[in-house]
Design a protein around this ligand. Structure first.
Ligand code: MN
Length: 505
């Protein structure tokens, strides 16, 4: 599921010929040094640090409008390039950048830094001043970006400052998500849960904005793929289940339960094969359309999410795609990411909380304990009892994000939350998270509802709002944050102003 090829960020340094060759050589040397340091500093894709987040490629110093245009065109046409970092070491008259910026399609980070961290008070002369003049060189570049209404991320500070490197790393993760998003294919088995509004949307606009390509399939096609799974593969997977999870007594002893477990394994193998053959990164199911399947896919969905697939229940292709992008953005970070639903509330004024879960489909990447494999009836859908993994969720800072179609635009709504310890829930047959939303449940839920936020979300213990804000910005969609600082009055104004902004845009 995880793509292996290293992605690149292009490091574009602007200057001009006015300063002479010696200065330009220094600019080139310094820009290579900074690019190498950023490449080493911005994080790792794998927990062991085996693969860097992205390679930072320094390009030859840009001094003419022709060079700038050529560099931007090359960046556009390089499928490995996920974004460009621009820095004006010296002054670079920004009219030279118009042609290139007009065509540049990759996300832009403007790094406002300086090679020398400190002013050398005793020795500073005009040569030093002419070399280290990003203080005004970057302002000139900033003007042309603003004048051309180019959405970009500006990072200010010394390139060795850990905060600067962290900031660039967050943006890089968003750029990786954007890169994934642009070629993301979603398999939709069955349609939308009938009459549900928020899970629907304009798939053409979603493909134009986010790149998401959603393909519908009759669930019978999945059933056929599952039916073709060999007995050997089936038995091997059931053995893996028994090795990986704590099994409830009923599954180990009861013959009909074993058959249901084998059926779940058959669905998992069929589903995975279907997704691999079609190059899909995300999928949806719906309990209303299970023709040819004896049970709602539960265990299969959970395990495939853990392998990195995005998922949305009840035909929710937007959340499926979002979860996949979030998984790509958070690769190698501590904490998992899952499909989630705000299920039920604890409204005790002394500590209001949300219990999040779904009928079956919560990703084990957020589990705080070894999942237990259990078999219980499903109270809706009228099919066989589906096996599912039951577990509590890791505690700590987390977020819920959702994407809605507002008719004239897509809107991302995000709420920061704290995942907290849950009391024992012996009768609850599903994985569950318990969280306290920021600033509190009363304000958070009011704000979420005013914003039209869905009941389905991508829930992440790894990502922070900055990752999601950059991602929304790269997709050109609205972003509404509900956090510790949110007040309802200000949120209502933001909604009104955004309405006006997107009407005029
Ligand atoms: Mn649901």
């Amino acid at each position: 599921m995880n793509k292996k090829e290293a992605k690149t960020l292009w490091f574009l340094t602007g200057s001009q010929h006015l300063y002479g060759d010696d200065t330009l050589k220094k600019v080139d040397t310094n820009s290579r040094e900074i690019a190498a340091a950023l490449g080493n500093g911005i994080g790792q894709l794998t927990p062991g640090g085996m693969q860097p987040l992205a390679r930072v490629l320094p390009k030859p110093v840009l001094t003419t409008s022709e060079d700038i245009l050529a560099a931007c065109r090359e960046a556009n046409s390089d499928p490995g390039c996920i974004g460009v970092i621009c820095w004006m070491h010296t002054f670079s008259p920004a009219q030279m950048w118009i042609g290139g910026l007009r065509e540049l399609k990759k996300p832009v980070l403007h790094l406002h830094t300086q090679h020398n961290r400190d002013i050398p008070w005793k020795t500073i002369d005009m040569d030093f001043m002419n070399l280290n003049q990003s203080a005004h060189g970057d302002r000139e570049f900033g003007f042309i970006c603003s004048r051309m209404r180019i959405d970009r991320h500006v990072v200010t500070g010394h390139w060795q400052d850990p905060e600067v490197i962290d900031d660039i790393g967050q943006w890089t993760r968003a750029a990786l998500g954007r890169d994934e998003s642009l070629s993301l294919r979603i398999a939709r088995f069955g349609d939308n849960m009938r009459d549900v509004a928020v899970t629907e949307g304009d798939k053409v606009e979603a493909r134009m904005r986010m790149g998401w390509s959603t393909r519908g399939y009759g669930v019978g096609e999945l059933a056929a793929t599952a039916g073709a799974v060999s007995d050997g593969d089936l038995k091997a997977l059931v053995a893996e289940y028994k090795e990986t999870y704590s099994l409830s007594g009923k599954i180990t002893n009861d013959q009909s339960a074993v058959r249901r477990l084998e059926e779940a394994a058959r669905i998992e193998l069929g589903l995975q094969r279907f997704l691999e053959d079609g190059g899909f990164g995300a999928f949806t199911t719906t309990f209303e359309d299970l023709h040819g399947l004896s049970q709602l896919p539960g265990l299969a969905v959970q395990r495939l999410m853990e392998k990195g697939y995005g998922f949305g229940a009840e035909g929710d292709w937007k959340t499926a795609a979002l979860v996949r992008c979030m998984k790509v953005m958070s690769r190698g970070m501590e904490g998992g990411t899952s499909f989630m639903e705000d299920y039920t509330y604890h409204l005790d004024p002394s500590g209001m909380k949300v219990l999040g879960a779904h009928m079956l489909e919560v990703c084990p990447s957020i589990a705080s304990a070894k999942p237990s494999l259990e078999l219980h009836p499903l109270s809706i859908g009228g099919k066989d009892d589906p096996p599912r993994l039951v577990f509590p969720v890791t505690t700590g800072k987390a977020l819920n994000a959702t994407v809605l179609d507002m008719g004239d635009r897509f809107r991302m709504v995000l709420n920061t939350v704290t995942s907290v310890e849950s009391p024992d829930l012996p009768e609850l047959p599903v994985a569950r998270a318990l969280w306290v939303p920021d600033p509190d449940l009363r304000v958070a839920a009011t704000a979420w509802i005013l914003a039209g936020g869905a009941h389905h979300t991508g829930f992440s213990l790894a990502l922070r709002p900055a990752h999601m804000e950059h991602f929304a910005s790269m997709c050109g969609i609205e972003y509404l944050l509900i956090d510790a600082k949110t007040s309802i009055r200000e949120l209502k104004n933001e909604l009104r102003w955004n309405e006006l902004y997107y009407k005029m845009k």
